[in-house]
Design a protein around this ligand. Sequence first.
Ligand code: ZN
Length: 427
Amino acid sequence: MNLISPIRKFYYLKRLQRNQWKGLEELRELQNKKLRKIIKFAYENIPFYHDRFREVGVKPQDIKSKRDLKKLPILTKKEIKENFEDIVNPELDLSEARVVPTSGSTGTPLKVVYDQRGDDFSKAVNLRSHIENGLNFYKKWAIMGDARTVPPQTFFQKFGIFRIQYINLFDDVEKQVQDLKKIQPDVFTGYPSQIELIAEYLNDNNDELNIETVFTTAELLDNISRSKISKNFGSDVIDLFGCIEVNRTAWECEEHMGYHMDIDSVAIEFTKNNKEVSPGEWGDIIYTTLFNYGMPLIRYDVGDRGVPSDEACKCGRGLPLMDKVLGRKGDFIKLKNGKQLSPIPFHLAVKHTKGIEEAKIIQKKKDLIIVKIIGNENYSKKTNSNIRNKVKEICGKNVDVRVHEVDEIRKDSSGKIRMVKSEISET
Ligand SMILES: [Zn+2]
C-alpha cells in the first residue's frame, strides 16, 4: 500500500493551514519564491515553455514576481490541446501520474496531468477550503457527482477518515433526498442548481435534512439561490471556486466577504487586454500553477471572469479576497456598444421570477436574446411579459427579447447547468 501519498497530503495540509494566517506580504513573498522556482524549472525542462520564453526574449531571471508574468504570453486551452506532449514534463512517468480530462462543457476538452506530489498538494488545498469551514476527518461527507466517475476509496476512507459517499447527480430529486437521508451527512458538496432543486423539494414537502454545511461549486451561485438553500437545509452555504485544470483556487470562509484566493498554490491575475485590472473591476482570470511540476500551467486563461478585492477579511486570514465570481466569459452577453454583461443579473431576473420552474437564456445575436422557460403552477401569460421586461431592463431596449415555452431544458453532459449562454464567439 502506498503510504507516502496520504502522509504527504497530511503534511501539505498542515503547512497550508498555517500559511493562511500569515500576513499578505509574507504570503506574496512565498508565492513569488514558488513562482521563480517553477518558471526556472519550466524554462529548463519543458520544451514548450523553453521555446515560448525564447520567442519573447524572456529569461527566468526576468520573472521575479507575479507582476512580471505579463512579459509572457497568455496560454489558451487551444494551445494546451495542440502542444500537450510538449507541455508535460518529459521526465514524468505517465503511469504514475494522474491524467484528468476536463468535461469539455465549453467545447474544447483538454487533458491535464498532475504528478504525484502536485496531485497530493492540490487535494490538500481543496481539503483546506472544506476543513476551514467545518469538515473534519470524522465527519460524514456526501458529494453529488457523476456516478460514472466515482473515484476508488482512498487510504484515508478505508479507515473511516473523510468518509465520502456519492449522490448521483443524474438521479431525480426524490431519490437524491432518500439517499441523503440514508447517509445523513454532516457535510454536503454539489452543484448549486441541483442543490437548489433539493431545497425546493424539501420546502414543498415540509421536509428537512440536518446538514451542518452545504458546499456549492462549479456553477454560478446567486444570492437568492443561496438563501433558498440555506433556509431549507438549515445550514450555512459556502461557495467554492476552481477548475479541473488547477483544482481549488478560491473559497469562502464563514464571514462571506468574498473568496479567499489560494495564493500559496496558484498565482492569479485578473486582466483585461493583458493589463491587470484594479480592485472592483472585472477581469479574465489567468492562472499560473505553483505546485504541479508534471505539467506547469503558466498564464493559463481558464475562461472565467471575476472581480478582485483589496479588502481584508474579518476572519483575519492573510489569503487575499476575490470579491465576486462573474461566470464564464463565453456566457457574458455581448452588446453592440461593446459592453459585456455578466450572467448573474440575468440569473436573478429570470430564474427567480414567479411562475418559472426552469429557464435558459440564449444570446443569438448582439440584438437578439431568446429565453426558454418551463413554467410551474404559478405560471401565467403575464410571466412571459414580466421576463421580457426584466431582461430588457438589463440589456437595453434595443435588444429584441423573445420568450418561448419549452418542455425540456437540457443539462450539459457534465450535469452542469449553464443558464446563460451566448452564441457570440467574440470575447
Ligand atoms: Zn475570511
